[in-house]
Design a binder for this molecule. Structure first.
Ligand code: GUN
Length: 293
């Protein structure tokens, strides 16, 4: 069993991005600038945003951080998005999700200029991705593709089962795994809350991608001998065994599943670290006008 080491690969990519920023700056170009809007005080979101901003600075990007109280109006947020859309100093814009219930997620996403949509959530980017045209790829699916690619894992003709159909992970990764590309060219099955025989379907998978949002959902009996398992889940589980009072678990029961796998991502240290670095990679592409000219 080989661990798909998100820590190692994200560190390599971070260095690649930092080198490219140095090259841009040496050539007299401006540093890439990522704007992050957060609304409310959700603890998980605050941790992600802090981590994104910190990594931006580590690779030499500038970042513009806009934090609003949970009571901010939809109009206020939409106005801010429009202001950033029109600000040439800012290359990429993300609005951290989830948003408070009184703010429409789809309105927010559709207000972002698709050319600055480095989360790849705008329908134009989603549609272009589905058609195999150049677009910003959502960061978590892009991180999974990078891991498969950098470990030279064969995906062509393989049975790939995706657990979960979210707009952020399940749906886009299923499109990327089936499209005519490498990694890609897999035969993809998506399972979700209404699927029947999930266990039997998972047990057929050569590549199992789990983004179902339930701690330790996948047990050893659901995994074929020699499978590649990608775990997108991340959960804080109360524990008396650790000083912090919690343990981090994925959607896969790692200890019993790992011995059956050819490759598996650890949690933490797998997909999570790749997500942030792929967001920065998109921001670099945006600053260089590489997707849209
Ligand atoms: N919330 C959970 N994942 C993400 C993400 O990739 N981008 C944004 N904007 N919000 C999220």
């Amino acid at each position: 069993m080989i661990l798909l080491d998100g820590k190692k690969i994200s560190a390599e990519m971070k260095l690649e991005i930092a080198n490219e920023v140095s090259r841009l700056v040496a050539a007299g170009k401006k540093r890439p600038n990522l704007a992050v809007i957060m609304v409310g005080d959700d603890g998980g979101s605050a941790t992600y945003v802090a981590s994104k901003v910190k990594t931006c600075h580590e690779v030499g990007f500038e970042s513009s951080d806009f934090h609003y109280p949970a009571t901010a109006s939809e109009d206020e947020i939409l106005k801010k998005i429009e202001e950033i859309n029109n600000n040439p100093a800012i290359d990429g814009l993300i609005v951290q999700l989830p948003l408070p219930k009184h703010i429409s997620e789809s309105k927010v996403i559709e207000t972002i200029d698709y050319r600055k949509d480095v989360d790849g959530f705008h329908p134009i980017n989603t549609g272009r991705m589905a058609m195999g045209l150049p677009s910003y790829l959502p960061a978590t699916p892009a991180g999974i593709i990078e891991l498969l690619s950098r470990y030279n894992i064969e995906t062509e003709g393989k049975n790939c089962v995706v657990l979960g159909r979210s707009n952020i992970v399940g749906t886009p990764i299923s499109l990327l795994m089936s499209r005519k590309a490498n990694p890609g060219n897999a035969t993809v099955t998506i399972c979700h809350s209404r699927s029947k025989n999930i266990k039997e379907i998972c047990a057929q998978a050569d590549i199992l991608i789990v983004a179902i949002g339930q701690p330790e959902f996948v047990s050893a009996d659901m995994v074929k001998e020699g499978a590649v398992v990608i775990d997108v889940g991340i959960h804080r589980i109360p524990s008396t065994e650790t000083k912090s009072g919690f343990k981090i678990k994925g959607d896969v029961t790692f200890d019993e599943v790992a011995p059956k796998c050819s490759y598996i991502t650890p949690v933490p240290g797998g997909v999570g670290l790749m997500t942030i670095i792929c967001l920065l990679q998109n921001t670099l592409l945006a600053a260089q006008n590489k997707i849209y000219h």
